[in-house]
Write a protein that binds this ligand. Structure first.
Ligand SMILES: NC(=O)c1ccc[n+]([C@@H]2O[C@H](COP(=O)([O-])OP(=O)(O)OC[C@H]3O[C@@H](n4cnc5c(N)ncnc54)[C@H](OP(=O)(O)O)[C@@H]3O)[C@@H](O)[C@H]2O)c1
Length: 244
């Protein structure tokens, strides 16, 4: 298995939830993390929770909106002399409305953040990885890319797009030593799901009887980061919900 010691990881959605859990686990394995989100202060507080292994310069933050190319372009310029070994695209927003009630602004935001933001991340970071002749992309989609969900049609479309994106990337970039994989988490305890299981009805639908933990998704990301033959994996991590 490939060690993460000394690797540089760019992690969108790094301010909290799944992105931060992945950063924590990768940092504990010796990686340096660049946390990406929209708010510099929140990111700085998140970065303070990462294991530095004695190197206070190991982690850094970059505050920008992933849904437009501007921030990505600035990141590429400011990290011109830095490698990117692992790109984790975890920034995302959710939806809780039937399509006919979903505001135009929300449709645009969901697609722009979840799908287009992931596309920009890949478009801008892959050339860096091509120069290095190595790299690993971990895109965070959702079980809803392949499984029914209520009040989540636009979100599901954005996540299904990420699965298609990752499959084509795996074909395009494997020859450059770059691996591309996608995670399909089910329902995981984060801010995104905090109001979803108040009466336990959601847990009751899940074969393992509970929502997942961010640390459990991070563990799946670690597998994808470390296994040199993991390429074009579409990895469910959903407590068995995909079987229902
Ligand atoms: N939790 C689940 O059950 C679950 C299940 C399946 C898939 N997922 C997916 O996993 C990913 C992480 O979800 P989560 O549960 O960790 O959600 P979360 O706790 O709500 O965190 C969302 C993250 O995305 C960042 N973000 C949102 N919009 C952004 C933008 N335009 N530009 C930059 N950063 C942005 C947020 O940062 P700021 O707000 O600080 O900018 C935050 O770090 C998402 O893609 C989500 O769709 C989650």
């Amino acid at each position: 298995m490939q060690s993460l010691a000394g690797k540089r990881c760019f992690i969108t959605g790094g301010s909290r939830g799944l992105g931060l859990a992945i950063a924590r686990l990768f940092a504990a394995q010796g990686a340096g993390c660049t946390l990406i989100g929209r708010n510099e202060d929140t990111l700085a507080k998140a970065a303070d929770t990462l294991d530095t292994q004695g190197d206070l310069q190991r982690h850094c933050v970059s505050a920008f909106d992933v849904s437009t190319p501007d921030g990505w372009e600035k990141l590429v310029v400011s990290t011109k002399n830095q490698v990117c070994d692992i790109l984790v695209n975890a920034a995302g927003v959710s939806q809780n409305s039937f399509i006919f009630k979903t505001e135009k602004h929300d449709v645009n935001e969901i697609i722009a953040t979840n799908l287009t933001g992931t596309i920009w991340g890949c478009k801008y970071i892959i050339p860096k990885m091509m120069k290095q002749k190595s790299g690993c992309i971990i895109n965070v989609a959702s079980l809803l890319a392949t499984h029914r969900g209520k009040g989540a049609s636009v979100y599901a479309a954005s996540k299904a797009g990420i699965v298609g994106l990752t499959r084509s990337l795996a074909w395009e970039v494997g020859r450059f030593g770059i691996r591309a994989n996608v995670l399909l988490p089910g329902y995981i305890k984060t801010d995104m799901t905090k109001d979803m299981d108040q009466n336990g009805e959601l847990s009751a639908l899940i074969p393992l009887g509970r929502l997942g933990l961010a640390r459990e998704v991070a563990d799946a990301a670690l597998f994808l980061a470390q296994n040199p033959y993991a390429h074009n994996c579409v990895l469910n991590i959903d407590g068995g919900l995909s079987a229902t």
